[in-house]
Design a protein around this ligand. Structure first.
Ligand code: 5AD
Ligand code: SF4
Length: 480
């Protein structure tokens, strides 16, 4: 890896060229081996960052000559891109990979591969090595761009391939991307996390924070706009610390302004923000940039200062509320807030939990992503005493989701009769002749409409707010 004049390491041009050679080699190999194009089935777990990684994996596989299928039993390459954030996600991967054991016995030429955050944990890679001998290839989060070489080794060698370097991570530019959607696109702006929240495995498996150069982001963004993408989501574990490692440093707010000023009809979204470095400058930028969605995903995790401290979050409930109130002041009714919350962190009492409930009432989020704490091996919280039984945590969890359901329903009801500019992203579910659209605040509105509307912005009037989606109708220009 090259060290540039900034603090972040980038993958060298030579290394990327080397991978292009391996792309050619795999391509020749599989065209000699298969009559028809072989198929790859890529199964993705977890967050949007993983979805974006899988799009790169598919981009590389496509260049190597693979077609794609969602049916793993008709694939010549089955690849699981895994998530380590909670135990449940890991259990699902073990279950699904385990289920392929006898399939692999009768189809020994099918390559079974595993990558992603789970694999970056030593105890998991060791378990795969020992107890899942039918898995051919395992690679970590830092070597995704090396897939051509790793696959070549797997296809030509007799030994299983394990490539999981334990490094801080680097940035590989120019890796091909095959996007899942023609309508919306994910655009990673940074990788890794430096925050070490005490419950979270991410900093251990995704390395240190590293930002892509502004020019690379702007170029990719312009390409997306030219290809017709109208909804582009900027991704990072903590987008608010974007650019701190660049020389000269650039703030996330500055990047947003730069993208907002580009020509074209598009909407910019971003996730995830950390309250500790969410600045007033960012909120003001959101409010003043016409192409930036007025949607703030700002996870507070807990409403208790004692628990926030134990989580190593570096903000208080009062500081969080100050940010939210400022955002509400500037963006008013337009603003949609969402958050992540963890229930049952080690040592959390019912009194602490009640403070989370009261913060939920004060924030009035559009929706919440709620999780029961899951101990992650190697994190400080996994070593903390955790006396509350699982059934008790489940009761608290239900109390929280019931409360938010009421708040969401109240918020949805307020929208009846309002007209929103929405991006039509796909087919609807309410009826066969419905299409689905999202407003600025990320709410889904479905309406009767032709599929030719997909990929366009339309004004939609809310007719009937339902639980998670609203029924609407198209507003013609002259009715506005
Ligand atoms: N247990 C439960 N939830 C977790 N999250 C992260 N780590 C854990 C864990 N160990 C949640 C946080 C984070 C979201 C992506 O996942 O709420 O914001
Ligand atoms: Fe995990 Fe905290 Fe980093 Fe988010 S900010 S990825 S919760 S360590």
């Amino acid at each position: 890896m090259d060290k540039t004049d900034r603090k972040t390491a980038v993958v060298s041009k030579e290394e990327l060229e080397n991978q292009k050679c391996f792309t050619q080699k795999v391509s020749s190999l599989i065209s000699a081996r298969y009559i028809k194009k072989p198929k790859a089935c890529v199964i993705t777990y977890g967050c949007q960052q993983n979805v974006a990684d899988s799009e790169k994996i598919k981009g590389m596989l496509e260049l190597m000559g693979y077609d794609f299928t969602d049916n793993r039993l008709e694939a010549q390459l089955i690849l699981f891109n895994t998530c380590a954030v909670r135990e449940h996600a890991e259990d699902r991967v073990f279950g699904n990979v385990g289920a392929l054991k006898s399939y692999k016995r009768s189809n020994p030429d099918t390559v079974i591969a595993l990558c992603g955050c789970m694999m970056q944990q030593k105890h998991i890679a060791d378990k795969i090595k020992q107890s899942y001998p039918f898995v051919d290839l395992v690679f970590g989060t830092h070597v995704i761009h090396c897939l051509p070489e790793l696959l070549y080794k797997t296809l030509t060698g007799k030994k299983r391939v394990f490539e999981i370097p334990d490094i801080d991570g680097a940035i590989a530019e120019g890796v091909p991307v095959k996007r899942d959607s023609d309508a919306k696109a994910w655009l990673p702006i940074m990788y890794g996390c430096n925050n070490f929240c005490t419950y979270c495995i991410v900093p251990y498996v995704r390395g240190r924070e590293r930002s892509r150069e502004c020019k690379d982001i702007v170029n990719e963004f312009k390409e997306l706009v030219a290809q017709g993408y109208k909804e582009i989501t900027l991704l990072g574990q903590n987008v608010n610390s974007y650019g701190k490692d660049l020389i000269p440093s650039v703030s996330f707010a500055q990047l947003l302004k730069m993208l907002n000023d580009l020509d074209g009809d598009f909407r910019i979204r971003f996730m995830t923000s950390h309250p500790k470095d969410c600045t007033k400058e960012l909120i003001e930028t959101m409010a003043s940039c016409d192409k930036v969605a007025q949607h703030l995903h700002l996870p507070f995790q807990s409403g208790s200062d004692r628990i926030l401290k134990a989580m190593n979050r570096h903000y208080t409930r009062a500081q969080y509320l100050e940010l939210i109130n400022y955002a509400k002041e500037l963006m008013g009714d337009e603003l949609s807030i969402t958050s992540d919350i963890i229930v049952g962190f080690p040592g959390e009492t019912y009194d602490d939990f009640k403070q989370t409930l009261s913060l939920v009432k004060e924030v009035e989020a559009t929706s919440l992503f709620t999780f029961i704490y899951s101990p992650r091996k190697g994190t400080p919280a996994a070593e903390m005493p955790d006396p509350i039984p699982a059934e008790e945590k489940s009761k608290w969890f239900k109390e929280l989701t019931d409360l938010q359901e009421q708040i969401s329903a109240k918020q949805m009801a307020l929208h009846k009769g309002k007209v929103f500019k929405c991006y039509v992203y796909g087919k609807g579910k309410l009826d066969d002749n419905y299409v689905a659209a999202r407003n600025d605040g990320n709410l889904i509105i479905e309406f009767e409409g032709d599929e030719s509307l997909i990929g366009t912005f339309q004004n939609i009037k809310v007719i009937e707010p339902l639980t998670f989606v609203m029924r609407g109708e198209l507003v013609k220009e002259k009715e506005l």
